[in-house]
Design a protein around this ligand. Structure first.
Ligand code: MSP
Length: 645
């Protein structure tokens, strides 16, 4: 396979990201890095799901408009990924115009071909999961999925002829054994498809839910959030916008998802694609849940763990290693800080850290003088160990292609343990006196073993792996898995010892920090800065204040200022004229999200030239103690030019 297009689910912005979200995104990053190393061209998309009832309700709770809430919340996801060493190529928001266009075009296409039709429907509606259920499906009169209350509704809606595609989908799943993995999840989908498939309601009347993408052929309705959300995978690579790009990346190689969103992906999405006459994705890989005390980690249960707190305490490589090693594809895994500490101590500090420090410390001594020793002839004592080392790239590559990342990591750790045994058996530390040449040859073999190990683990622990490569005298960057060749390490290159590359951590029973830092502190407003001393020293008179001329303005244009990562060039309608203002908000707002927004503008500020552009006025924003910015906007609709006083 020479191309990989990998996606994560897009996360609801009703709360901040937790460890479950971090897991899927890190998993995607790890798989993507492995494919890069295997020589594939790769594209990695993640993003956020911003429409629907959940988000509308969350915004309401915070006293914000939905878009204000989304603008604020999406940053918690967007900004988190680089901090977890995740290198996604794109971050999609479903409120972006590029996505609205795709959703509306897809709806029109299905409507025109008769796959969407209008129907009056009476039934039980569950607001919590935003769908209708039949009487028989209810459990004790409540929603079978969420357990929440349901309401009886009679309304006209638009329906997608999902039933029409049931047979085709069944046949496809049966003839493509690798389509849904693991097998247990495939069987679950087949079980679902063994019953007659119903048509799917894909609209919501605006009077009930206004926060969504308008149905192009009926302005009284918005689109069902899942129809909108699933299409993100196609928007992200240019559907209906850039045919060449779309053809380059579609069909997606793999959609990663949690087991709770199996039906929406494997049934809804595939039938949408069939109706749209687009090829189906190659693989759906469904993982289990992270549990705490045998219960799903989730915001509503208040037991979520913040990935950043773990990173701050143990370092990003330890966190990534733990998440990748601990979860077996398809099964749930229990999170505990104790398990993370144990995993770090046994695998990273004891096995890998020890191996590295044993050989690099020995090489500091005479006769080696801190350089890579000469390679010797391979003896019978070496063969088995070196064969394991040499076959590592293939075994790891095979596991990665089967999406079994934890098994790939286990293969690497087996080689690490084998290398430790090899050092114990060959005893280079004693051998150095009687046969320094053979001792050097053994150490050379271990250094090469470590090079294979570090390269094979690089997708999981990029920083530490790069440090290992430097320590063992390899300065040619991270090799590709597909071109690793035993013997490429040159003798004479400098070897160094890095202190505490893999520190041990102590675990004191009962002293867990988790779950302590719950992520759902609500409301999600910035905490107020410590009380300031309101001295009267800097008071101004009312006349001073009256000198400030502030009005409501509507942003007409917004774009980044070339060569500046802080500045945006805005054109703002302030009533009687349009003003160009250069504003330092680029880190906090995407230009395309600003157009159409109403803001407060100080209009009688002296004009200035900033980066060669004339700026006449200032857009007002508030900054909290962490330096985060929020634009000041009127609380309800105001015409441009309305005075602020
Ligand atoms: N917005 C939808 C997905 C739309 S994709 C077109 C959604 N969002 S979500 O934020 O609720 O969940 C996103 C993903 O996070 C799901 O794959 C879900 O399984 C995963 N996780 C949420 N809690 C989790 C754990 N405790 N453990 C592992 N992953 C879990 O559903």
């Amino acid at each position: 396979m020479n191309r990989l297009y990998i996606t994560t689910p897009i996360y609801y912005v009703n709360d901040r990201p937790h460890l479950g979200h971090a897991y899927t995104t890190i998993l995607a990053d790890v798989i993507r890095r492995y494919y890069d190393m295997l020589g594939a061209e790769t594209w990695f998309l993640t993003g956020v799901d911003e429409h629907g009832q959940k988000v509308q309700d969350a915004a309401k709770k915070r006293g914000m408009t939905p878009i204000e809430h989304c603008d604020d919340m999406q940053r918690h996801f967007r900004d988190l990924w680089p901090q977890l060493q995740v290198s996604n190529d794109d971050f999609i928001r479903t409120t972006e115009p590029r996505h609205w266009n795709v959703v509306q075009k897809a709806l029109s296409c299905l409507y025109d071909k008769g796959d969407i039709y209008e129907r009056e429907y009476e039934g039980w509606y569950s607001p919590s999961v935003e769908r209708f259920w039949t009487e028989n499906e209810l459990v004790n009169g409540r929603c079978p999925e969420s357990g929440a209350e349901v309401v009886y509704l009679n309304e006209k809606n638009y329906w997608f002829r999902m039933s029409k595609y049931q047979e085709r989908l069944l046949a496809w799943i049966e003839s493509h054994p690798e389509f849904i993995v693991p097998e247990s999840r495939k069987n679950e989908v087949l079980g679902f498809l063994a019953r007659p498939l119903q048509d799917l309601c894909i609209s919501r009347p605006k009077e009930r839910l206004s926060w969504g993408i308008e149905i192009p052929f009926d302005s009284n309705y918005v689109t069902y959030v899942w129809f909108d959300a699933l299409l993100n995978y196609a928007t992200g690579v240019g559907l209906y916008a850039d045919n060449a790009r779309f053809d380059q990346w579609w069909p997606a190689t793999v959609h990663l998802l949690g087991k709770d969103i199996l039906t929406t992906h494997c049934v809804y999405w595939n039938t949408f694609l069939m109706a749209l006459e687009l090829p189906l994705p190659k693989h759906f890989v469904a993982h289990g849940w992270w549990l705490i005390d045998e219960t799903k980690m989730s915001k509503s249960l208040g037991n979520v763990v913040s990935p950043l707190s773990l990173r701050d305490k143990y370092g990003i490589d330890v966190l990534r290693y733990f998440l990748m090693k601990e979860m077996t594809l398809g099964l749930d895994a229990n999170f505990s800080e104790e398990a993370l500490v144990n995993r770090n101590n046994s695998d990273l500090a004891n096995d890998l850290g020890n191996l590295l420090s044993r050989v690099t410390k020995l090489l500091k001594k005479e006769p080696f003088s801190s350089v890579v020793p000469a390679r010797g002839d391979e003896t019978a004592e070496d063969v088995e160990t070196l064969d394991m080392v040499r076959s590592l790239p293939t075994t790891v590559g095979d596991k990665v292609r089967a999406w079994k990342i934890n098994a790939a990591v286990e293969d690497v750790m087996t080689v690490v343990r084998r290398l430790n045994k090899y050092v114990n058996d060959t005893r280079p530390f004693s051998l150095v006196k009687e046969n320094p040449q053979r001792a050097g040859a053994v150490l050379y073999n271990v250094l090469e073993g470590l090079r294979f190990v570090a390269t094979s683990l690089w997708p999981v622990i990029p920083r530490k792996a790069e440090q290992i490569l430097v320590d063992i005298g390899w300065d040619a960057g991270v090799p590709r898995l597909s071109t690793l060749n035993f013997g490429d390490l040159e003798s004479g290159c400098p070897v160094q010892v890095t202190q505490s590359l893999f520190p041990r951590h102590d675990w004191v029973a009962g002293a867990s920090d988790f779950p302590k830092e719950v992520v759902h502190e609500s409301p999600l407003r910035p905490s107020p800065s410590p009380e300031k001393n309101m001295s009267t020293e800097n008071e101004i008179t009312f006349d001073d204040f009256a000198k400030l001329k502030m009005v409501v303005g509507e942003i007409m244009e917004a774009e980044t200022v070339p060569k500046s990562d802080k500045l945006l060039r805005l054109v703002i309608d302030i009533g009687e004229e349009k003003r160009q203002i250069v504003s330092g908000i680029a880190k906090y707002y995407d230009p395309e999200m600003l157009v159409g927004r109403r803001v407060v503008v100080l209009t009688n500020l002296q004009a200035r030239k900033i980066f060669g552009l004339e700026s006449r006025g200032m857009v007002l924003a508030a900054a909290d103690s962490s330096g985060e910015l929020a634009l000041i906007t009127p609380e309800r609709y105001m015409d441009p030019g309305a005075e602020v006083s």
